[in-house]
Design a protein around this ligand. Structure first.
Ligand SMILES: Cc1ncc(C[n+]2csc(CCOP(=O)(O)OP(=O)(O)O)c2C)c(N)n1
Ligand code: SF4
Length: 288
């Protein structure tokens, strides 16, 4: 049996006090520990990818194989790793700027190809690290550091976009409900196909309006409503619900062949190798 301590590095998180990223980190740790302890996966199978932004620091805090990649390119890196070794469990983390601005095209194509990776978007409706500018999910009219007179653009709807791009697992989580988000991450990891979890992640520093309390008053759980996640039309109806009532949970989940299933060469057996940070220097020696 392993515990969260076994996958925690000694680096102290430098996120602002009260940041929603803490809830995502805790949920991810719990999900991985639960799945490993159930005997479903081995620790060395997990690979985390993060982009550039506050969320990107997450990979520093976990003692797991990881890549901290460039802004907007989490999914191409995740895809490459998964296609190189399909035995790996690849989990990408991106901010809403990362995922829905510079990296938006990758979301559509990764969903369309049904690449079996998990994509966790830390959606705080702002560019966090660069000091609170507007992103594609910022509400119309909102004042941000880059829209002092109010955002003149309508926001995109990532859930609807993922559904229309062919994603086979589409969910929304809330960083303020760690138990629920842990469950969502576990289900996404077990899913055979592309899984998006858009996570409401309050940014205390650059968005004082959308606090944990604000969201807690609005979120409700899809699984308590009789919603059938196999029903695409019902998922679309739920995806456009926003004002006042914000659904969290699994909007859509279906089994479909992945890109790997559709390419016969992928029947080759590949063994995962665990590369821990301490042995990286030794490993690199082998390539001299
Ligand atoms: C190619 C490129 N463009 C722009 C930047 C500058 N940059 C760094 S982080 C960031 C946005 C971060 O916002 P988000 O992706 O939402 O992540 P958060 O910080 O909120 O977690 C930007 C634009 C960059 N590093 N690389
Ligand atoms: S700026 Fe916002 S997203 Fe970044 S660490 Fe602080 S609270 Fe979190």
């Amino acid at each position: 049996m392993i515990s969260e301590k076994d996958i925690t590095t000694r680096i102290v998180p430098s996120w602002c006090v009260g940041c929603g990223n803490f809830g995502i980190l805790s949920s991810l740790k719990r999900a991985i520990v639960n799945l490993v302890n159930q005997g479903l996966y081995k620790l060395e199978q997990f690979v985390l990818i993060s982009g550039i932004g506050c969320h990107g620091k997450l990979t520093n805090y976990l003692e797991l194989n990881s890549v901290h990649t460039i802004h907007g390119r989490v999914l191409p890196v995740a895809t490459g790793i998964k296609l190189a070794n399909p035995d790996l469990i690849v989990i990408g983390h991106a901010g809403d700027g990362d995922a829905y601005a510079i990296g938006i095209a990758h979301l559509i194509h990764t969903a369309k190809r049904n690449i079996p990776v998990v994509y966790i978007v830390h959606n705080n409706y702002r560019f966090g690290l660069t000091a609170g500018q507007v992103t594609p999910t910022t509400e119309l009219g909102e004042k941000t550091r880059s829209t002092p007179y109010g955002n003149p653009e309508e926001p995109i709807n990532p859930i609807l976009l993922a559904l229309s791009s062919g994603a086979t697992f589409v969910a929304r989580g809330f960083a303020g409900d760690v138990q629920h988000l842990t469950w969502l991450i576990e289900e996404a990891i077990k899913h055979r196909g592309f899984a998006l979890i858009d996570v409401i992640q309050p940014c205390k520093t650059w968005d004082p309006i959308h606090t944990f309390e604000y969201w807690r008053e609005r979120v409700y759980k899809l699984e308590n409503t009789g919603h059938d996640p196999k029903d695409l039309l019902s998922a679309i109806r739920k995806a456009i619900e926003w004002n006042g009532k914000v659904p969290i949970g699994i909007f859509y989940r279906v089994e479909k062949p992945t890109l790997i299933d559709r390419i016969p060469q992928y029947k080759i057996e590949l063994k995962p190798v665990r590369v821990v940070k301490r042995s990286l220097a030794k490993l690199l020696e082998e390539f001299r």
